[in-house]
Design a protein around this ligand. Sequence first.
Ligand code: C5P
Length: 232
Amino acid sequence: MGKDVIVACDFSSAEKVFEFLDKFTGRKPFVKIGMELYYAEGPSIVKEIKKRGHKIFLDLKLHDIPNTVKKAMSVLSNLDVDITNLHASGTCRMMEAAIEGLTREDGTRPLLIAVTQLTSTDQESMENDLLIHEPIDKVVMHYAANAKKAGLDGVVCSPLEAGKVHDTCGKDFLTITPGVRFADGDVGDQKRVMTPEQAKLIGSDYIVVGRPITAAEDPVAAYERCVKEFCD
Ligand code: C5P
C-alpha cells in the first residue's frame, strides 16, 4: 500500500457515517473506524463499509494480557480490515501474541500498528501519572523499536516524530500520523499539527484526517485537497 489519506469517521451511528460516505462518488476514501462508531454499531459496520469498497483502519487500540489480545485479534482477523492497532505499552509479549492471533490460517493478516504514547500524553503527565522519567521522545522511539522487534508493521505517531521513527526503525516501517490541519484551517484541540504537504515532506506514510474533512462545508473538496497535497 502506498501513501494515502485516511479519513477518521468519528460518527456515532451507521446512519451518520453513510450520509457522509454517500457524498464520495469518485475516489473512495480509506476509512478509519474508531471506538465510538464500532461500539455503537458493532462488527456489521466494518463489513458494510468494506462492502462499499473502502479500505479500513480499525482503530480499537487493544491493550490487555497477551492471551486476551491474541484471542481478540483472532476474532478481528475475520473482519477483513486493512489495518488495525494496539498499545505498544502492553509489552513485546502482548504484541507478539497479537500477531499470532491476527494471522489467518492462510498466513495473511491485516497490517498491525502500535500506538506509542498518545499525543494527549505529555512529559508532565507521563512522569506524574505513569512514573516514566525518560524524555518522551526517547520513550516513543523505544516503543517503536519494540513494535518493530515484535514484528509489527509500524506506529501511530505525531507527524513531528515520523522522520525520527524512520531513522530508528527503517523507511519501510510505517508511520501513520494524525494531527493534520490545513495551513488556513482551524487547529481545534490538536496541539502539534502539520499540513498534509509538510507531513508528506517529513515522510509520513499515511495521514489520518478527521474534522478538517468531516466538518468541512464541502467534505469531498477537503478530502481531495488532502490527497492532492499529500499523495500527488
Ligand atoms: O478530527 P481530527 O483530525 O483531530 O481527528 C484525528 C483522529 O486521529 C481522531 O480519530 C483521533 O482519535 C485520532 N488520533 C489522534 N491522536 C492520536 C491517535 C489517534 O488524534 N495520537
